[in-house]
Design a protein around this ligand. Structure first.
Ligand code: KG4
Length: 338
Protein backbone atom coordinates (compact mmCIF):
# COMPACT_ATOMS: atom_id res chain seq x y z
CA UNK A 1 0.00 0.00 0.00
CA UNK A 2 1.43 3.40 -0.99
CA UNK A 3 0.60 6.53 1.00
CA UNK A 4 1.58 10.18 1.06
CA UNK A 5 2.35 12.35 4.09
CA UNK A 6 2.15 16.14 4.11
CA UNK A 7 3.89 18.15 6.84
CA UNK A 8 3.52 21.92 7.21
CA UNK A 9 3.02 22.36 10.95
CA UNK A 10 5.93 24.71 11.60
CA UNK A 11 8.98 25.72 9.55
CA UNK A 12 9.50 22.71 7.29
CA UNK A 13 7.42 22.09 4.19
CA UNK A 14 7.65 18.40 3.41
CA UNK A 15 6.09 15.64 1.34
CA UNK A 16 6.94 11.97 1.95
CA UNK A 17 5.75 8.87 0.14
CA UNK A 18 6.04 5.44 1.77
CA UNK A 19 5.10 1.85 0.97
CA UNK A 20 3.45 -0.26 3.70
CA UNK A 21 4.47 2.23 6.40
CA UNK A 22 8.08 1.07 6.36
CA UNK A 23 9.70 1.65 2.97
CA UNK A 24 10.59 5.20 1.97
CA UNK A 25 9.89 5.92 -1.69
CA UNK A 26 10.57 9.66 -1.62
CA UNK A 27 11.07 12.53 0.78
CA UNK A 28 11.28 16.21 -0.09
CA UNK A 29 11.86 18.82 2.61
CA UNK A 30 12.19 22.57 2.36
CA UNK A 31 13.57 24.12 5.55
CA UNK A 32 12.64 27.76 6.20
CA UNK A 33 15.42 28.28 8.77
CA UNK A 34 17.25 30.93 6.73
CA UNK A 35 14.03 32.94 6.40
CA UNK A 36 13.46 33.02 10.17
CA UNK A 37 17.11 33.41 11.20
CA UNK A 38 17.14 37.24 11.15
CA UNK A 39 14.28 37.27 13.68
CA UNK A 40 15.82 34.71 16.07
CA UNK A 41 12.66 32.59 15.98
CA UNK A 42 9.77 31.49 13.80
CA UNK A 43 7.53 34.22 12.38
CA UNK A 44 4.13 32.56 11.73
CA UNK A 45 3.16 34.82 8.81
CA UNK A 46 6.46 34.15 7.00
CA UNK A 47 6.07 30.42 7.69
CA UNK A 48 2.60 30.07 6.16
CA UNK A 49 3.51 32.12 3.07
CA UNK A 50 6.65 30.06 2.50
CA UNK A 51 4.66 26.80 2.76
CA UNK A 52 2.27 28.14 0.15
CA UNK A 53 5.10 29.04 -2.20
CA UNK A 54 6.91 25.71 -1.92
CA UNK A 55 4.33 22.99 -1.49
CA UNK A 56 3.41 22.49 -5.17
CA UNK A 57 7.04 22.08 -6.24
CA UNK A 58 7.77 19.65 -3.44
CA UNK A 59 4.69 17.61 -4.29
CA UNK A 60 5.75 17.31 -7.93
CA UNK A 61 9.32 16.39 -6.98
CA UNK A 62 8.18 13.78 -4.46
CA UNK A 63 5.84 12.14 -6.98
CA UNK A 64 8.60 12.05 -9.60
CA UNK A 65 11.15 10.63 -7.18
CA UNK A 66 8.74 7.91 -5.98
CA UNK A 67 7.71 7.14 -9.58
CA UNK A 68 4.05 6.73 -8.61
CA UNK A 69 0.83 8.23 -9.93
CA UNK A 70 -1.85 9.86 -7.78
CA UNK A 71 -4.19 6.97 -8.63
CA UNK A 72 -1.78 4.60 -6.86
CA UNK A 73 -2.02 6.44 -3.53
CA UNK A 74 -4.23 4.59 -1.03
CA UNK A 75 -4.39 7.54 1.37
CA UNK A 76 -3.07 11.04 1.94
CA UNK A 77 -2.10 11.76 5.55
CA UNK A 78 -1.62 15.35 6.69
CA UNK A 79 -0.49 16.93 9.95
CA UNK A 80 -3.57 18.61 11.43
CA UNK A 81 -2.37 19.37 15.00
CA UNK A 82 -0.55 20.78 16.85
CA UNK A 83 1.21 23.57 14.98
CA UNK A 84 0.84 27.07 13.59
CA UNK A 85 -2.73 27.41 12.33
CA UNK A 86 -1.91 29.23 9.07
CA UNK A 87 0.83 26.73 8.28
CA UNK A 88 -1.33 23.69 9.07
CA UNK A 89 -4.02 25.07 6.78
CA UNK A 90 -1.67 25.00 3.77
CA UNK A 91 -1.00 21.27 4.16
CA UNK A 92 -4.67 20.56 4.91
CA UNK A 93 -5.73 22.36 1.75
CA UNK A 94 -3.29 20.35 -0.35
CA UNK A 95 -4.70 17.10 1.08
CA UNK A 96 -8.24 18.30 0.31
CA UNK A 97 -7.24 19.10 -3.28
CA UNK A 98 -5.80 15.62 -3.82
CA UNK A 99 -8.97 14.15 -2.33
CA UNK A 100 -11.22 16.27 -4.54
CA UNK A 101 -9.41 15.39 -7.76
CA UNK A 102 -8.54 11.73 -7.15
CA UNK A 103 -10.92 10.68 -4.37
CA UNK A 104 -7.92 9.69 -2.17
CA UNK A 105 -9.02 9.13 1.48
CA UNK A 106 -7.71 11.82 3.87
CA UNK A 107 -6.14 11.11 7.25
CA UNK A 108 -5.51 14.16 9.45
CA UNK A 109 -2.82 13.07 11.94
CA UNK A 110 -1.24 14.21 15.19
CA UNK A 111 2.22 15.68 14.66
CA UNK A 112 3.53 14.37 17.97
CA UNK A 113 2.63 10.75 17.24
CA UNK A 114 4.22 10.95 13.81
CA UNK A 115 7.60 11.65 15.52
CA UNK A 116 7.25 8.18 17.09
CA UNK A 117 5.88 6.45 13.97
CA UNK A 118 8.97 7.46 11.95
CA UNK A 119 11.00 4.77 13.73
CA UNK A 120 9.25 2.15 11.60
CA UNK A 121 11.14 3.51 8.60
CA UNK A 122 14.31 2.36 10.38
CA UNK A 123 12.95 -1.13 11.05
CA UNK A 124 11.75 -0.71 14.64
CA UNK A 125 8.85 -3.18 15.16
CA UNK A 126 5.42 -2.06 16.41
CA UNK A 127 4.84 -3.31 19.93
CA UNK A 128 2.70 -1.43 22.40
CA UNK A 129 2.60 0.03 24.98
CA UNK A 130 5.56 2.30 24.51
CA UNK A 131 6.73 5.45 26.28
CA UNK A 132 7.07 8.29 23.79
CA UNK A 133 9.74 10.87 24.68
CA UNK A 134 9.27 13.97 22.58
CA UNK A 135 11.92 16.70 22.67
CA UNK A 136 11.53 19.39 20.03
CA UNK A 137 11.36 23.13 19.56
CA UNK A 138 7.74 23.25 20.72
CA UNK A 139 7.35 20.23 23.00
CA UNK A 140 9.06 18.43 25.86
CA UNK A 141 6.83 15.65 27.02
CA UNK A 142 6.55 11.96 27.80
CA UNK A 143 3.54 9.99 26.61
CA UNK A 144 2.13 6.54 27.18
CA UNK A 145 1.55 5.46 23.58
CA UNK A 146 -1.05 2.72 23.88
CA UNK A 147 -1.31 2.31 20.12
CA UNK A 148 -1.21 4.72 17.20
CA UNK A 149 -4.27 6.91 17.61
CA UNK A 150 -4.33 6.58 21.39
CA UNK A 151 -1.84 8.11 23.78
CA UNK A 152 -1.90 9.67 27.23
CA UNK A 153 0.31 12.39 28.66
CA UNK A 154 2.64 11.18 31.45
CA UNK A 155 4.61 14.40 31.94
CA UNK A 156 4.95 17.77 30.27
CA UNK A 157 7.00 20.93 30.50
CA UNK A 158 5.94 23.66 32.89
CA UNK A 159 7.46 26.36 30.68
CA UNK A 160 9.92 26.18 27.78
CA UNK A 161 10.46 23.18 25.52
CA UNK A 162 14.01 21.83 25.46
CA UNK A 163 14.67 22.96 21.86
CA UNK A 164 13.35 26.40 22.76
CA UNK A 165 15.77 26.52 25.72
CA UNK A 166 18.66 25.60 23.38
CA UNK A 167 17.59 28.42 21.05
CA UNK A 168 17.27 30.98 23.86
CA UNK A 169 20.59 30.06 25.47
CA UNK A 170 22.25 30.28 22.04
CA UNK A 171 20.81 33.81 21.80
CA UNK A 172 22.43 34.70 25.15
CA UNK A 173 25.76 33.40 23.84
CA UNK A 174 25.48 35.22 20.49
CA UNK A 175 25.24 31.95 18.61
CA UNK A 176 23.00 31.71 15.51
CA UNK A 177 19.39 30.45 15.38
CA UNK A 178 18.38 27.63 15.75
CA UNK A 179 20.80 27.19 18.61
CA UNK A 180 20.77 23.41 19.16
CA UNK A 181 23.48 22.38 16.67
CA UNK A 182 25.74 25.34 17.63
CA UNK A 183 25.49 24.63 21.36
CA UNK A 184 26.18 20.95 20.71
CA UNK A 185 29.29 21.79 18.65
CA UNK A 186 30.64 24.16 21.33
CA UNK A 187 29.94 21.67 24.13
CA UNK A 188 31.86 18.98 22.24
CA UNK A 189 34.88 21.28 22.02
CA UNK A 190 35.07 21.54 25.81
CA UNK A 191 37.30 19.00 27.54
CA UNK A 192 36.23 18.82 31.21
CA UNK A 193 38.60 17.63 33.93
CA UNK A 194 37.80 14.05 35.08
CA UNK A 195 36.32 15.25 38.39
CA UNK A 196 34.83 18.52 37.11
CA UNK A 197 31.64 19.56 38.94
CA UNK A 198 28.78 21.27 37.06
CA UNK A 199 28.58 25.02 37.68
CA UNK A 200 24.82 25.22 37.07
CA UNK A 201 22.39 24.48 39.94
CA UNK A 202 20.52 21.13 40.00
CA UNK A 203 17.07 21.44 38.45
CA UNK A 204 13.65 21.12 40.09
CA UNK A 205 15.04 20.16 43.47
CA UNK A 206 11.70 20.68 45.18
CA UNK A 207 9.43 18.64 42.94
CA UNK A 208 7.72 15.55 44.42
CA UNK A 209 9.80 12.41 43.82
CA UNK A 210 7.28 10.73 41.53
CA UNK A 211 6.38 13.74 39.36
CA UNK A 212 7.34 13.61 35.70
CA UNK A 213 7.85 17.23 34.77
CA UNK A 214 10.17 19.35 32.67
CA UNK A 215 11.15 22.96 33.27
CA UNK A 216 13.90 24.74 31.39
CA UNK A 217 13.29 28.45 31.95
CA UNK A 218 15.20 28.41 35.27
CA UNK A 219 18.16 26.86 33.51
CA UNK A 220 18.12 29.63 30.94
CA UNK A 221 18.11 32.23 33.74
CA UNK A 222 20.96 30.37 35.46
CA UNK A 223 23.01 30.67 32.28
CA UNK A 224 22.22 34.39 32.17
CA UNK A 225 23.40 34.84 35.77
CA UNK A 226 26.52 32.80 35.07
CA UNK A 227 27.39 35.02 32.14
CA UNK A 228 27.15 38.11 34.33
CA UNK A 229 28.95 36.74 37.38
CA UNK A 230 31.62 34.44 36.00
CA UNK A 231 33.03 36.20 33.00
CA UNK A 232 36.05 33.90 32.95
CA UNK A 233 33.98 30.92 31.73
CA UNK A 234 34.30 30.11 28.04
CA UNK A 235 31.28 29.63 25.77
CA UNK A 236 32.36 26.02 25.34
CA UNK A 237 32.26 25.46 29.12
CA UNK A 238 28.85 27.11 29.45
CA UNK A 239 27.43 25.01 26.60
CA UNK A 240 28.82 21.84 28.16
CA UNK A 241 27.25 22.75 31.51
CA UNK A 242 23.92 23.68 29.98
CA UNK A 243 23.68 20.42 28.04
CA UNK A 244 24.65 18.39 31.10
CA UNK A 245 21.98 19.95 33.30
CA UNK A 246 19.29 19.75 30.64
CA UNK A 247 20.04 16.10 29.82
CA UNK A 248 20.16 15.19 33.54
CA UNK A 249 16.56 16.35 33.74
CA UNK A 250 15.56 14.33 30.66
CA UNK A 251 17.16 11.21 32.14
CA UNK A 252 15.54 11.73 35.52
CA UNK A 253 12.08 12.18 34.00
CA UNK A 254 12.47 9.11 31.85
CA UNK A 255 13.45 7.09 34.92
CA UNK A 256 10.38 8.33 36.76
CA UNK A 257 8.09 7.65 33.79
CA UNK A 258 9.40 4.07 33.54
CA UNK A 259 8.85 3.38 37.23
CA UNK A 260 5.44 5.07 37.24
CA UNK A 261 4.06 3.18 34.22
CA UNK A 262 6.12 -0.03 34.31
CA UNK A 263 6.75 0.38 30.56
CA UNK A 264 10.34 -0.47 29.60
CA UNK A 265 10.24 0.36 25.91
CA UNK A 266 10.84 3.95 24.77
CA UNK A 267 10.46 5.71 21.40
CA UNK A 268 12.35 9.04 21.42
CA UNK A 269 11.82 11.67 18.74
CA UNK A 270 11.86 15.36 17.83
CA UNK A 271 14.49 17.85 16.64
CA UNK A 272 16.59 17.75 19.84
CA UNK A 273 17.27 14.04 19.27
CA UNK A 274 19.61 15.20 16.48
CA UNK A 275 22.01 15.88 19.38
CA UNK A 276 24.53 13.03 19.41
CA UNK A 277 25.51 13.59 23.06
CA UNK A 278 21.86 13.19 24.08
CA UNK A 279 21.43 10.08 21.94
CA UNK A 280 24.53 8.48 23.52
CA UNK A 281 23.45 9.38 27.05
CA UNK A 282 19.96 7.99 26.55
CA UNK A 283 21.29 4.77 25.05
CA UNK A 284 23.72 4.14 27.89
CA UNK A 285 21.05 5.03 30.47
CA UNK A 286 18.67 2.57 28.81
CA UNK A 287 21.26 -0.22 28.77
CA UNK A 288 22.06 0.28 32.44
CA UNK A 289 18.38 0.24 33.37
CA UNK A 290 17.22 -2.66 31.18
CA UNK A 291 15.08 -0.38 29.03
CA UNK A 292 14.74 -0.76 25.24
CA UNK A 293 15.18 2.70 23.74
CA UNK A 294 14.85 3.61 20.07
CA UNK A 295 15.60 7.01 18.53
CA UNK A 296 16.03 7.98 14.86
CA UNK A 297 19.46 7.11 13.47
CA UNK A 298 19.09 9.52 10.56
CA UNK A 299 19.03 13.21 11.52
CA UNK A 300 16.49 13.86 8.78
CA UNK A 301 13.99 11.71 10.75
CA UNK A 302 14.50 13.79 13.92
CA UNK A 303 13.33 16.94 12.23
CA UNK A 304 9.78 17.46 10.90
CA UNK A 305 9.18 15.54 7.68
CA UNK A 306 6.43 14.13 5.48
CA UNK A 307 7.65 10.52 5.70
CA UNK A 308 6.75 10.29 9.39
CA UNK A 309 3.27 11.58 8.59
CA UNK A 310 2.84 8.99 5.82
CA UNK A 311 4.02 6.23 8.19
CA UNK A 312 1.58 7.16 10.94
CA UNK A 313 -1.13 7.46 8.25
CA UNK A 314 -0.46 3.86 7.21
CA UNK A 315 -1.19 2.49 10.68
CA UNK A 316 -4.28 4.63 11.16
CA UNK A 317 -5.64 3.87 7.69
CA UNK A 318 -5.32 0.15 8.34
CA UNK A 319 -7.41 0.59 11.47
CA UNK A 320 -10.13 2.26 9.43
CA UNK A 321 -9.59 5.87 10.44
CA UNK A 322 -10.34 8.53 7.86
CA UNK A 323 -11.97 11.94 7.82
CA UNK A 324 -14.31 13.96 5.64
CA UNK A 325 -13.02 16.88 3.67
CA UNK A 326 -14.29 19.35 6.30
CA UNK A 327 -11.79 18.21 8.96
CA UNK A 328 -10.28 21.02 11.02
CA UNK A 329 -6.73 21.92 11.99
CA UNK A 330 -5.78 22.89 15.53
CA UNK A 331 -2.84 24.70 17.13
CA UNK A 332 -3.23 22.68 20.32
CA UNK A 333 -2.36 19.08 21.07
CA UNK A 334 -5.06 16.51 20.43
CA UNK A 335 -3.55 13.33 21.84
CA UNK A 336 -6.56 11.16 21.15
CA UNK A 337 -7.28 10.61 17.49
CA UNK A 338 -10.94 9.61 17.34
O1 KG4 B 1 11.29 18.99 15.94
P1 KG4 B 1 11.89 20.21 15.34
O2 KG4 B 1 12.62 20.05 14.04
O3 KG4 B 1 10.79 21.30 15.08
C1 KG4 B 1 10.12 22.10 15.97
O4 KG4 B 1 9.65 21.66 17.03
O5 KG4 B 1 10.04 23.29 15.59
O6 KG4 B 1 12.87 20.82 16.45
C2 KG4 B 1 13.62 21.98 16.26
C3 KG4 B 1 14.42 22.20 17.53
C4 KG4 B 1 15.11 23.56 17.58
O7 KG4 B 1 14.78 24.18 18.80
C5 KG4 B 1 16.60 23.22 17.49
O8 KG4 B 1 17.45 24.11 18.20
C6 KG4 B 1 16.63 21.82 18.09
O9 KG4 B 1 15.45 21.21 17.64
N1 KG4 B 1 17.81 21.08 17.64
C7 KG4 B 1 18.79 20.66 18.48
C8 KG4 B 1 19.80 20.08 17.66
N2 KG4 B 1 19.39 20.16 16.36
C9 KG4 B 1 18.17 20.78 16.37
N3 KG4 B 1 18.90 20.75 19.82
C10 KG4 B 1 20.02 20.24 20.38
N4 KG4 B 1 21.02 19.69 19.67
C11 KG4 B 1 20.96 19.58 18.32
N5 KG4 B 1 21.97 19.04 17.64
Amino acid sequence: MIGMGIETSCDETSIGIVRDGKELLSLRIFSQIDMHKPYGGIVPEIASRAHLEKINFLLEEAMEEAKVSFEELSYVAVTSSPGLTGSLMVGAQMARCIHMVYGTPILPVCHLQSHFAVLHLEGVPTEFPVLGLLLSGGNSAIYNLKEFGRMELVGDTMDDALGEAFDKVAGLLDLPYPGGPYIEAKALEYKPAPDEKPVLPPLLRNLPQDQVSFSFSGLKTAVMVLLEKQKNLSKEQICWNFQNSAFDLVERNLKRAVSKTGIRRVFAGGGVLANSTLQKRLQSWAEKNSVELFSPKKKIYCTDNGAMVATLGYYLFQKGYKRDIDFTVSPSRQEIFS
